[in-house]
Ligand binder design. Structure first.
Ligand code: 13P
Length: 254
């Protein structure tokens, strides 16, 4: 198997938190802390209205969005297009977060369309997958995640699949303080890589980035981030405070 050195990605998902003014003050604190960080891409996935404020100082970090519509433009009240995001300097878009699948009836079909639209507009999707506690208990987690991946990647070329970022976020670990053990997280991320390998082959599987998300923090990050198939983290709660967030970034950096 070819040995491919993937850099790490630490992405904050602010969810529905922070105003534009709070974003500016967060960036003012975080930006100097990022000085000299190497081997780790830092992404801030902020609410739509915070994007201009976050983009003002982008450079040591990239700006991400948390969702977008798959259509180019039109009568979609309340929606945001890919072009609107790229015009503001957005480089990453979270697609299919479990909170959106649960609360906004996000389906595998719309997730797939969104992933393709993100790529068509030169940005990178962060595809979220993950099982519920009930699915884990029933022993169907692996099958469920395999299906989520197959549907989400439908029609995607090998080249694009290799540029994809997938975040394994077990639903039971999100916002609960109940992090997956490093072994469980590694096993599931390896399984996701095996699924990509099955669909696209070795070379693609070795370049796809796979992140872990779910109650990651400064204490558990060092162990999680040294697992061979975990290429970084998607962080909710601990990304809202610069001091907490930088600890995770430092555990991922060279
Ligand atoms: P927490 O880190 O708050 O558990 O959230 C994880 C998450 O949902 C990131 O997308």
């Amino acid at each position: 198997m070819p040995v491919c050195k993937r850099d790490k990605i630490v992405a904050g998902n602010w969810k529905m938190n922070k105003t534009p003014s709070q974003t500016r003050s967060f960036i003012q604190q975080l930006d100097p802390m990022l000085e000299g960080v190497k081997g780790c891409r830092v992404v801030l996935c902020v609410p739509f209205v915070d994007i201009p404020a976050a983009a003002e100082k982008a450079g040591q970090y990239s700006v991400g969005a948390q969702n977008m519509h798959f259509e180019k433009a039109g009568a979609y009240t309340g929606e945001i297009s890919a072009e609107m995001l790229t015009d503001l300097g957005v480089e990453y878009v979270i697609i299919g977060h479990s909170e959106r699948r649960r609360d906004c009836a996000e389906s595998d079909v719309s997730v797939n369309k969104k992933i393709i639209a993100v790529f068509e507009n030169g940005m990178t999707p962060i595809l979220c997958v993950g099982e519920s506690q009930e699915q884990r208990d029933r022993g169907v987690a692996e099958e469920f995640i395999g299906l989520q991946i197959r549907e989400a990647l439908c029609g995607l070329t090998e080249e694009l699949a290799g540029r994809l970022v997938i975040a394994y976020e077990p639903i039971w670990a999100i916002g609960t303080g109940k992090t997956a053990s490093a072994k469980d997280a590694q096993d599931m991320c390896a399984l996701i890589r095996a699924k990509v390998r099955q669909l696209y082959g070795d070379k693609t599987a070795e370049s796809t980035h796979i992140l872990y998300g779910g109650s990651m923090n400064g204490r558990n990050a060092p162990e999680l981030l040294t697992c061979p198939d975990i290429d970084g983290g998607l962080i909710g709660g601990a990304s809202l405070n610069p001091e907490d967030f930088i600890k995770i970034v430092r555990s991922a950096a060279l």
